[in-house]
Design a protein around this ligand. Structure first.
Ligand code: TSJ
Length: 646
């Protein structure tokens, strides 16, 4: 009996080949982190992207224009596309239907068809088999040639029913439907976050024009649904990213072209702000650390604008060239390329290494931008004028930096307000940035002075979204931080000089505290992003309540925890104190609850892949000109912060 017949008889015997297959999936269940990074909520959401990306590949191949994602009441997720349907014929080598190969053999994704650009072959393209392995059950329904086929897997990818024709449909009704239920014994968290999925699917829609994507949440009383479709693709993406800013000119500049098999699309628009927000993608996958495509874009724009400014006498002959940073001040840009064999490099494999991507972007943008600028002299002049102002500000900043070096430092080279720690080994040192002098005083008393430094800040720090680099150096609070950290900022940044392993922001647990925290994070993100990327930035978590009863004391850190405690110990006879600020705690309490490395809770600030593109939008909502969305931000801010017990 062949393997296939064996299966179709539903026998529990396995041939050597099949045992190997099952062992493959067993490996995924043993070490899920190796395949999806983490079993936290990020990993859970990753399962959906993995399946959706396979359908997006079908769209990129030109055979699918509609994808639906449904969150079901039982915790399962359904993804439906209107593509050709995963092939059902017997795979010549494996001897089982091709679809079964897709779901039961590791790294089988993309084996058929060949060629083309594949999302699912990218950074996390681990394949549908990994999702299957990490699911309680998974069902696939395929409509192909007028026949509806179905197969079911259970308990981490074991075939439960063979691929079976279950009905008929119109020949034109082709497509694939996959439903899976994440395995609750594997994931720490099994509840999907509608907004998180929605945001990522919207991004996918921006990057894949002509694709319609719908997300439908069927879990609650009422069904929630959103559909995304952007005929304008990344051009509309830039408009979206810039919507809370004042654009410097109306058009979003859009350029595309293909060179040596690399399809290049870029879209950009400047706003009147000072920060740059450039997102780059390869095969729809975000590349947080950029890479060759980004380099190509930077090279081309820098050269084009300098040539234009010189040719049109905007820049004096005696003036130095505009730098790339000058030209990209206030820039919102999306660079999206499609390439057959992307190579990801760097520590976190988030940087594109293919040098042909640089050549392609550089020459396509170079050539077409020159033409655009000639056709649009008003836009060209607005950009050059802004870049020239940035150039002047940069020169001022350089001078301010010189002055800072000479003046702001006391005889030991460190700011006077800093209560430094005695250890000089950065690996074991931490610095608390504390809101207000009085809390700063308590913190100084409370600390472990060998390894904990305290830097009190007075009031709100500068909103860096509204300032250029020269202003940064004029701000005392910021200057103090820069000096204390030791790393310098922007192009002078050097992580090797970091004086503390942990930078801990400690603010009151109220709206003002949250605002100061956000200003701090914005400053760090804009001027020392590596500190965040490399995981050196934390938020302290002071308690919300102190409860005393029968000579015992408890501290709680969230409303939920407080409710639970009260349910446990009872409210009668309990003394409950709601902390309004750090200042209400004495040094000992502050140490016990918030600073003692053995007992405290820290939240590590991280910007993960899928929220990276959102961070800027959200920071802008809070910091930018338009005021009304602010409240919403403060509530969603926590999304950029992963909980982590340290
Ligand atoms: F991830 C997955 F495998 F579970 C999955 C795949 C999930 C979903 C929702 C869709 C898909 C999928 C795969 N949609 N469309 C396809 N297409 C193919 O697998 C396919 C079809 C035909 C040919 C061909 O060369 O004729 C090639 C391929 C790759």
């Amino acid at each position: 009996m062949s393997d296939l017949e064996n299966k179709q008889e539903g026998l529990q015997e396995y041939t050597a080949d099949q045992i190997q297959i099952l062992e493959g999936l067993e490996a995924v269940r043993k070490r899920p982190g190796m395949y999806i990074g983490t079993t936290s909520t990020a990993g859970l959401h990753h399962l959906v992207y993995e399946i959706v990306d396979n359908a997006v590949d079908e769209a990129l191949a030109g055979f699918c224009d509609d994808i639906q994602v449904e969150l079901n009441k039982d915790g399962s997720v359904t993804v439906i596309d209107n593509g050709r349907g995963i092939p059902v014929g017997i795979h010549p080598k494996a001897g089982i239907p091709a679809v079964e190969v897709v779901f039961t053999i590791l790294h089988a994704g993309g084996k058929f068809g060949g060629g083309g650009y594949k999302v699912s072959g990218g950074l996390h393209g681990v394949g549908a088999s990994v999702v299957n392995a990490l699911s309680e059950w998974l069902e696939v329904v395929i409509r192909q040639d007028g026949v509806v086929y179905k197969q079911r897997y259970e308990n981490g990818g074991h075939v439960a029913t063979p691929l079976t024709p279950i009905g008929t449909c119109k020949k034109s009704q082709t497509g694939t439907t996959v439903t899976f239920k994440p395995d609750a014994t594997i994931f720490e968290e099994t509840e999907y976050d509608y907004d998180r999925l929605r945001t990522r699917l919207r991004e996918t829609a921006f990057l894949t024009k002509a694709l319609h994507i719908t997300i439908r949440d069927k879990r609650g009383e009422e069904v929630k649904e959103k559909s995304y479709h952007y005929e304008g693709g990344i051009q509309e993406f830039v408009t979206f990213l810039n919507k809370n800013n004042n654009a410097l000119y109306d058009k979003v500049i859009y350029i595309d072209g293909t060179l040596n098999g690399v399809y290049v699309e870029v879209a950009f628009q400047h706003n009147d702000g000072y920060s740059e927000n450039t997102l780059s993608f390869v095969n729809n996958i975000i590349t947080p650390e950029g890479g060759m495509h980004l380099t190509g874009f930077k090279n081309a724009t820098t050269k084009c604008f300098n040539d234009y400014a010189r040719k049109n006498k905007l820049l004096k002959d005696s003036a130095p060239n505009l730098t790339g940073d000058d030209i990209r001040e206030g820039l919102t840009a999306v660079i999206s390329i499609k390439i057959e064999d992307p190579q990801f490099e760097g520590q976190t494999k988030q940087k594109l290494g293919n040098s042909e991507a640089r050549t392609a972007v550089e020459s396509i943008v170079g050539e077409k931008l020159v033409y655009f600028l000639e056709q649009n002299p008003i836009v060209a002049k607005a950009i050059c004028d802004k870049a020239m102002l940035a150039q002047k500000a940069r020169e001022n900043a350089r001078q301010a930096r010189e002055r800072t070096r000479k003046s702001a430092l006391d005889s030991f080279g460190l700011p006077g307000k800093l209560a430094d720690c005695s250890s000089k080994d950065p690996k074991q040192c931490e610095i608390f940035i504390v809101e207000g002098d009085s809390a700063g005083g308590s913190a100084k008393t409370a600390r472990n002075r060998e390894i904990q430094a305290i830097l009190p800040l007075r009031g709100k720090i500068l909103n860096v979204e509204k300032a250029r680099e020269d202003k940064i150096y004029a701000n005392a609070e910021i200057k103090t931080m820069i000096t204390a950290f030791g790393t310098g900022i922007l192009s002078n940044f050097d992580i090797e000089k970091l004086r503390y392993d942990k930078i801990i922001i400690m603010t009151d647990a109220d709206v003002d505290g949250a605002h100061i925290g956000t200003l701090m994070l914005t400053f760090l993100y804009r001027f020392m992003p590596e500190l965040i990327y490399q995981g050196h930035v934390y938020l302290a978590q002071p308690p919300l309540y102190k409860v005393e009863k029968n000579k015992k004391t408890w501290y709680t850190y969230s409303e939920d925890e407080q409710k639970r405690l009260m349910a446990e110990v009872g409210a009668d006879g309990a003394r409950i104190q709601r902390y309004k600020g750090l200042g209400e705690m004495d040094a000992e309490q502050l140490w016990e609850t918030t600073m003692d490395p053995a007992r405290r809770i820290l939240r590590k600030v991280s910007i993960d892949e899928e929220t990276a593109s959102l961070v800027d939008v959200t920071f802008n909502i809070l910091m930018g000109d338009k005021v009304e969305p602010r409240r919403e931000f403060i509530e969603t801010n926590a999304k950029f912060v992963k909980n982590l017990d340290v």
